[in-house]
Write a protein that binds this ligand. Structure first.
Ligand SMILES: [Zn+2]
Length: 462
């Protein structure tokens, strides 16, 4: 199937979305968004400065797709690939129907009473608002507040814009003051970026226009397969589609990576995002296998291996041949130790030469052991459930140890394996109920990714 065909079918499938075929996409990293400003609502009663449009919380419909994307589709940049996101609508802003006619930017030294006074409201209003809304007394300079009035000029509602996406509205209903949180959904546009490794992922991805957060996210997605320090080679290359978030036509930053590819020493790794019904984001291969593994390769960050798995090693303290059935990581005393996978603590205590030791039982007959700790995490008790990456204790030299280090063992059905080399089981694949939808989504995104790779290639040849 050609990608163009695929794109056309996607466009048909989502007729409401602007969709631009591959050829138009080539220049899209060069194109800057110029979006019309939204209409300003004139403020009639104001004596404080009105700097922002007031129309931002009045949505016309709370059930349609459009209400999640307050920017109307005409404003979508024509060179942007706008594919229908499969993201569930998390917080559809409710129709408040309140028109805020006065807005004020909180300044240093402002008090709620002072702001209400400037807005022609009484201290009685201040009292009632502060009584139901704790944050009213914790306004920060630079934050926006706004007011709505009844026809007779009396208090109708107060809005505190906490972040670009979150605001709280305190409204008077009969004699009652109610607090309502309004979370806006930004509109999403999709961006493409690609690059070749010359020095490091960080520098080359930055060169390709990615911000620091996106680079970290990218490294995390592939971090289970690729060691971006050890494994990187010149000529490796990367490409990705990611979200840029807009509110009222203004970019408010980048969102998730939706599709990504890294070619490392000739091997291609691809990842596609999936958001489940609870809004949790995971990355899978195009076939639906998890990008993460069920186990961390190493239970400790930034540590040096001081002694490898070796069945005929001379023991440094006992000075005689004794199998070393694990890996030693030299690290400073107190360095946190993480459990390599989800599981249950089956031992936490003193265990002879191992000193303070924790054993975690995982699924599939796998146990991991962590020895010589200086102390345990408070929650590390026999029977406790632990999740991957959770700190279970701290590096020390308890038991038979020549210096502070972690002795780490990986056992499968009671047999010791080399923790550095053992083939780690994969985390669970995409859930069955999402599978069909995910595979279709993955195909779509890979087609978009590939057509962008080609377009940029063609553009650079021209
Ligand atoms: Zn050891």
């Amino acid at each position: 199937m050609t990608s163009k065909k695929n794109l056309t079918s996607i466009a048909k499938h989502y007729p409401k979305k602007h969709f631009v075929a591959a050829s138009a996409v080539a220049s899209f990293l060069l194109t800057l968004a110029i979006l019309p400003t939204s209409e300003k609502v004139s403020a009639s009663r104001t004596q404080v400065d009105l700097t922002l449009p007031m129309s931002d919380i009045t949505q016309d419909d709370e059930t349609t797709h459009e209400s999640i994307h307050p920017i109307d589709s005409d404003r979508v940049i024509s060179s942007t690939v706008e594919a229908a996101p499969t993201v569930p609508a998390k917080n559809i802003p409710k129709k408040s129907g309140i028109e805020f006619t006065k807005q004020y930017t909180v300044k240093n030294g402002d008090t709620l009473a002072l702001i209400f006074q400037k807005a022609d409201l009484s201290s009685r209003d201040v009292y009632h608002v502060a009584k139901v809304y704790d944050d009213a007394t914790r306004l920060h300079p630079g934050e926006q507040v706004s007011f709505a009035y009844n026809a007779d000029g009396s208090f109708k509602a107060f809005k505190h814009q906490k972040t670009k996406l979150v605001s709280n509205i305190i409204k008077k209903v009969s004699d009652d003051y109610q607090v309502e949180e309004v979370v806006r959904e930004p509109s999403i546009e999709y961006r493409f970026a690609q690059g070749t490794i010359h020095s490091s992922l960080f520098l080359d991805a930055k060169e390709a226009g990615l911000d620091q957060t996106s680079i970290m996210n990218f490294a995390n997605i592939f971090g289970w397969d690729i060691d971006f320090v050890q494994d990187l080679r010149q000529g490796d290359n990367f490409s990705l589609m990611y979200e840029e978030l807009f509110l009222d036509g203004e970019s408010i930053g980048t969102g998730d990576i939706v599709a990504a590819e890294f070619v490392n020493q000739g091997t291609k790794f691809q990842a596609i995002r999936h958001v489940d019904e609870f809004g949790r984001t995971h990355y899978y291969t195009p076939e639906g296998k998890s990008m993460r593994k069920a186990f961390l390769r190493s239970p400790i960050d930034f540590a040096r291996i001081s002694s490898h798995f070796n069945l005929s090693r001379k023991h440094p303290v006992l000075n005689k041949i004794r199998a070393h059935k694990g890996t030693d990581y030299a690290a400073g005393r107190g360095t946190p130790i993480r459990t390599a996978g989800d599981g249950k603590v089956v031992f936490a205590g003193w265990k002879g030469g191992f000193g303070r030791c924790v054993i975690v039982q995982h699924g599939q007959g796998i146990q991991t052991l962590y020895a010589h700790m200086s102390k345990f995490n408070k929650k590390t008790k026999k029977g406790a459930r632990v999740s991957q990456g959770q700190v279970i204790g701290y590096v020390g030299s308890s038991g038979l140890a020549s210096g502070p280090h972690l002795h780490y063992e990986f056992r499968v059905n009671g047999v010791h394996k080399n923790p550095v080399k053992v083939k780690l089981p994969e985390a669970r694949p995409i859930e069955k109920k999402y599978r069909k939808e995910f595979l279709a989504d993955a195909n779509k995104w890979l087609a978009i990714l590939e057509s962008n790779q080609r377009s940029v290639l063609v553009a650079s040849v021209d």
